[in-house]
Write a protein that binds this ligand. Structure first.
Ligand SMILES: N[C@@H](CCC(=O)N[C@@H](CS)C(=O)NCC(=O)O)C(=O)O
Length: 197
């Protein structure tokens, strides 16, 4: 049985947890809680980077990086998703959006003496520009199970969770449609971060 080390607030881990459900791999992958900031032995032994998600494969070797883990899970599924280059291209923007949102959050929770307005503004500007680009890219696209739309929906939910002032829905109906599509899926609802986190 493979093991996926996760934390319940990590949007990167969530991408993999959603895929496990969508690809019907729950009987092959056990999800184990390994909050990165607790520096638990299980996580640090598997992943010297000290980050989640980390997948421990059947032979004991570990895989890091949510995108790579996603590819591995897909390859192990009976009915894998087909991914073309445009989906990969859009996925990289959607996961970059998540990186900026997480980067902003890290800056926001620093002590006031080392808090940097410059970095917060830089992250915010990048988030807003990328949302606008994704809105125009996704306009008219079919709503479907794809890596790009999955990463995007996780990123948008993370913005609701940690940066609601971004008001990402305003003027961005295509993004709102992608988000609604995912909000109807059990995989998405079951993996939401706890509301008190
Ligand atoms: N690029 C990585 C990012 C993973 C990541 O940053 N995970 C966070 C949790 S949301 C973490 O474990 N942070 C601990 C740390 O950075 O020390 C991925 O896609 O898997």
């Amino acid at each position: 049985m493979m093991q996926l080390l996760v934390s319940d607030t990590s949007p990167y881990a969530r991408k993999c947890r959603i895929l496990i459900r969508e690809l019907h791999l729950s009987d092959q992958v056990e999800e184990r809680d390994a909050h990165p900031f607790e520096n638990g032995e299980l996580l640090l032994k598997a992943n010297p980077l000290g980050r989640v998600p980390c997948l421990i494969m059947d032979d004991g070797r570990a895989l890091t990086e949510s995108g790579l883990i996603a590819q591995w899970l897909n390859q192990n599924a009976a009915n894998p998703w087909i991914q073309d280059w445009d989906d990969r291209r859009l996925e990289s923007f959607a996961s970059g959006l998540l990186d900026l949102a997480v980067g902003r959050r890290i800056e926001m929770v620093r002590d006031s003496e080392i808090y940097s307005e410059y970095w917060i503004n830089r992250r915010q500007d990048g988030i807003l520009r990328t949302l606008d680009q994704l809105e125009s890219e996704f306009r008219g696209t079919d709503l479907q199970l794809s890596f790009a739309q999955l990463s995007l929906a996780v990123g948008l939910d993370y913005l609701d969770f940690r940066y609601p002032e971004a008001s990402w829905r305003t003027g961005r109906p295509a993004l709102a449609d992608v988000f609604r599509f995912w909000c109807e899926r059990a995989s998405f609802l079951e993996t939401a971060a706890p509301s008190n986190a």
